[in-house]
Write a protein that binds this ligand. Structure first.
Ligand SMILES: Nc1ncnc2c1ncn2[C@@H]1O[C@H](COP(=O)(O)OP(=O)(O)OP(=O)(O)O)[C@@H](O)[C@H]1O
Ligand SMILES: [Mg+2]
Length: 365
């Protein structure tokens, strides 16, 4: 799944864990259905410095069904944003959306004379509904006891992967790692937060069209899943019910001031949307959490552009009876002198995936 060919080639690189420790000049690109987010960082992965940060809207339909539908348009938005931010680095890390991948935990018996990758190919045939020639695979060893190996196998269709890589290449970038947004979020969390060995916390990235849920035990992902719902529906209902522009609807979504009548009507529309979105997330989250443990949740951390929607965190906290906090993806990052702290704070919620990508360990190429 990395920028190298071959059936299982690059398997380890998708999770980035077999790489060295340099992150110098790494450009993280999170391509969402409504916008592209870009960060540039340098320095070691455990003490990175943020040099530049920005986001730019994508034209409607450029990303569809988790696939880059218009490579030229996406590449152009990335190229312009890189130029606007003055980013010169070319080594790039990006992620495919969670719903586009199949993730499976598997246990295999590995005898001394057997090759793990060959065994995993056989294992993968059982759960991947595609010809393996059309799929790119990666794995991460979770546990290795005697002959028993527990692995996480990650599979994505090659054409989906290629679409994201082509968009980066079209913008003049060199895609060295393609990650999955769940793992990027986990990486971001690991850098910024600590949790006890048995703590169960949930990370939710609430985007425009979908929300990804990552249940962590002791800071390590136990299970992931997604909900086909995000803030996009609420934004759309605001523009259609109130006849306001998308920019104005975004401002209203964040609780921005408006004339009292407009504010009141916006609040009623937002409140209805929040109930639906919180219900959908609540349902999937409970299911995923119960597959991991009967223990209570310690905390829910939210990120994603829609995590800022007025009342959403409160609605989730009430339903699940647990504190819901906004993630600060930059809590432990050194912030470079060219970054305006107020602008970064405004964007921070949308930059969780990008921050996780930016701190991937990348070998010097
Ligand atoms: N100022 C704001 N205040 C509150 N919510 C906002 C604001 N601006 C945007 N949003 C919400 O955030 C959503 C976009 O979130 P985000 O940028 O995470 O999505 P995306 O990454 O483009 O999409 P996806 O990951 O679902 O493909 C919008 O649909 C809207 O609901
Ligand atoms: Mg997103």
């Amino acid at each position: 799944m990395a920028a190298r060919g071959g059936a299982l080639a690059g398997m380890r690189s998708v999770l980035g864990r077999a790489f060295g420790r340099q992150t110098s000049g790494i450009v993280a690109v999170d391509i969402g259905s409504t916008s592209v987010k870009i960060l540039e960082v340098r320095g070691p992965a455990d003490a990175p410095e943020l040099l530049r940060a920005g986001m730019a809207a994508l034209p409607e339909g450029a990303l569809q069904n988790n696939t880059v539908a218009d490579t030229v348009a996406v590449a152009e938005v990335i190229r312009t944003l890189l130029a606007d931010l003055g980013i010169k680095g070319r080594l790039a890390v990006t992620a495919v959306p969670g719903p586009s991948v199949i993730i499976k935990k598997a246990s295999v018996h590995l005898k001394a004379d057997e090759d793990l990758e060959t065994l995993l190919m056989v294992e993968a045939q059982h759960f991947i509904p595609e010809n393996l020639d059309n799929v790119s695979l990666d794995y991460h060893v979770l546990r290795h006891d005697a002959e028993e190996v527990e692995v996480l196998i990650v599979a994505v269709r090659r054409d989906i992967l290629q679409g994201f890589m082509n968009a980066l290449a079209g913008a003049g970038l060199d895609p060295v790692i393609v990650d999955v947004d769940y793992f990027a979020l986990e990486n971001m969390f690991e850098l910024n937060y600590e949790s006890g060995p048995d703590d169960i916390v949930v990370l939710i990235d609430i985007g425009a069209r979908f929300s990804s849920i990552n249940v962590l035990r002791g800071g390590v992902s136990s299970t992931t899943g997604d909900v086909q719902a995000g803030g996009g529906e609420i934004l759309d209902s605001l523009t259609s019910a109130l006849g306001v522009s998308a920019d104005e609807a975004e401002r209203l979504l964040g609780g921005g001031a408006a004339d009292p009548d407009l504010r009141e009507r916006a609040d009623a529309t937002i409140a209805r949307g929040v109930v639906e979105l919180a219900d959908a997330i609540d349902q999937s989250l409970r299911f995923l959490w119960r597959t991991v443990s009967d223990d209570p949740l310690q905390m829910i951390y939210v990120t994603g552009g829609a995590a800022r929607i007025h009342g959403l965190r409160e609605a989730l906290a009430t339903r699940l009876g647990v504190s819901v906090e906004s993630v600060n993806p930059f809590a432990r990052m050194k912030i470079g002198s060219e970054i305006d702290p107020a602008t970064l704070e405004e964007m921070a919620s949308a930059l969780g995936v990008a921050a996780g990508l930016a701190t991937r360990r990348v070998e010097r190429l």
